[in-house]
Design a protein around this ligand. Structure first.
Ligand code: BG6
Length: 487
């Protein structure tokens, strides 16, 4: 197996939830699968005054709690922790970085990955302190977790601080949706099958729907979420990235900049939504108390840490339009929210009707072809086509059938999005990471909507937890003579 180069992976914020729930488990699996070069080190950095043994013990407990049954293996874990070092550092104190400097000294020729799994307000100071301690080598890269700011201006401030010490090609901005297997399969589906290429445009596609529905509430993140809301937390990043992959032009290669150039063109072609369109093309919602998973759950305002004045949205539906030749007149409907009926993420490409039906009227309803790409909970790709009902039937009777294009059904364990992204990081491949101009263009479009909501006093409509969101989201798509796809 091809291994990455020997690396020092420094995880800042190593005691945080993301590190323990996603990053360390991914490194455990990558190591077990032989992707991490022998001799590589994982340096866990956190403020907690503990020993490496205590840190590893804590990690082992988390792994056993979070891994699905049968996945945790004590022998693999013992092997994994041989590569772990632990450092207590207050990230705002320059002298504290000396300990890191001592550990890294003599290893300047290695790949050096600085993963900032911390609050974005610390990104600048960490980069500055790394620079002061001369810890940024020619092989250094830095990884930034979202959210990078909460609007264009604040994201520029953070990006400027990082850019003062790292060149753009060494900055890896994570959008974990891009690491999901089925999301990458969109590229394979679109660009390795001649079948789809000629029909992937306004002539054959009626509209596209992208839904990311969550059944969970705030999970202890009320304060963060209250400042962000669904528009900043999900639409500006994950949803726009999905939209880009489905609608971008074919890049000339899979090279990072080629792919990102094409995504950027899409974001820049998004029609800005303002004025009277805000009420017609966007819906904001906020969940009220209801029932989720057969349990009574509080509304957004009554969640732990909540307050009764917030008009932050926990649901957004948008009709987006792309002003370019390929997508003229093809709406892209986006929908995301917390405390919805069930958790699923799905992209539906809905094709146009046949121009004329030759089948007898009555009893025959020709449904449009649909390509349904399900990202979670179970990843799958299905094509819905019309077919004759088999056997003897009066006249010709048709039915819609599902062609299951899924090939990986029986795999024992699907690698997580973070495994994909960390592996690309080890190989210095930035195709699935976001470039600064992309993130900024996405903020320009999202900021306009958020400002418009404020200026026009558009507040969130209440919806009951455990439902499909506010009824105005159904009205949004039905006004165009269409409806949300329900399996
Ligand atoms: C994160 C958001 O980026 O994505 C969360 O901050 C959200 O609010 C999460 O719950 C959803 O990710 P996934 O992979 O569970 O769909």
């Amino acid at each position: 197996m091809n291994k990455s180069k020997v690396s020092d992976i420094v995880i800042f914020g190593a005691s945080g939830d993301l590190a323990l729930r996603k990053l360390m488990p991914s490194l455990y699996h990558l190591g077990d699968d032989g992707h991490i070069a022998d001799g590589s080190r994982i340096i866990a950095v956190s403020r907690e005054d503990i020993t490496v043994e205590v840190y590893c013990e804590h990690m082992s407990q988390r792994f056993q709690m979070e891994f699905s049954e049968g996945v945790y293996n004590e022998e693999v874990f013992q092997n994994f922790i041989k590569s772990i070092e632990y450092l207590r550092i207050d990230l705002t104190v320059e002298e504290d970085y000396k300990a890191l400097s001592d550990l890294l000294s003599g290893y300047e020729d290695r790949e050096r990955i600085n993963y900032l799994s911390t609050a974005p307000s610390l990104f600048g100071i960490i980069c500055e302190n790394l620079n002061k301690q001369k810890l940024i080598t020619a092989n250094s890269r830095v990884v930034l977790e979202k959210p990078i700011g909460n609007d264009l201006k604040s994201s520029q401030v953070i990006n400027d601080k990082v850019a003062a010490h790292f060149v753009e090609s060494a900055i890896f901005r994570i959008d974990h949706y891009l690491g999901k297997d089925t999301v990458q399969n969109i590229l394979a589906l679109r660009f390795s099958n001649m079948l789809f290429a000629p029909i992937w445009n306004a002539q054959y596609i009626d509209h596209i729907q992208i839904t990311i529905a969550e059944s969970v509430g705030l999970e202890g993140r009320w304060a963060y979420y209250n400042d962000y809301g669904a528009m900043r937390d999900m639409v500006q990043n994950h949803m726009l990235q999905l939209l880009c992959l489905v609608t971008m032009e074919p890049p000339s290669t899979l090279d990072g900049d080629n792919v990102r150039d094409e995504k950027l063109k899409v974001i820049r072609s998004l029609r800005s939504i303002e004025g009277s369109d805000l009420k017609l093309k966007t819906v904001r919602g906020q969940y009220a108390a209801g029932v989720s998973g057969q349990k009574a759950v509080p509304g957004f305002l009554e969640e732990d840490g909540g307050n009764s004045n917030s008009d932050t949205e926990t649901f957004v539906a948008i009709r987006a339009d792309i002003d370019n030749w390929r997508w003229n007149g093809v709406p892209i409907y986006l929908r995301t929210g917390k405390r919805l009926r069930e958790k699923y993420s799905e992209i539906v490409v809905d094709f146009k009707d046949v121009p004329h039906s030759i089948f007898p009227k009555g009893g025959v309803c020709i449904d449009s072809n649909k390509l349904v790409i399900r990202l979670q909970p179970d990843e799958s790709i299905s094509m819905f086509i019309m077919n004759k009902i088999p056997g003897l039937n009066e006249g010709m009777r048709l039915q819609q059938v599902e062609l299951d294009l899924n090939i990986a059904k029986n795999e024992p364990r699907r690698p997580s999005a973070y495994e994909h992204l960390l592996l690309d990081l080890l190989y210095n491949n930035n195709t699935l990471f976001m470039r600064r101009d992309e993130v900024e263009a996405a903020w320009v479009w999202a900021d306009k909507i958020i400002e418009g909501w404020k200026e026009n006093g558009i507040t969130p409509k209440k919806y009951t937890a455990g439902t499909d969101g506010p009824s105005s989201s159904i009205a949004l798509i039905e006004r165009d003579g269409r409806s949300w796809y329900e399996k």
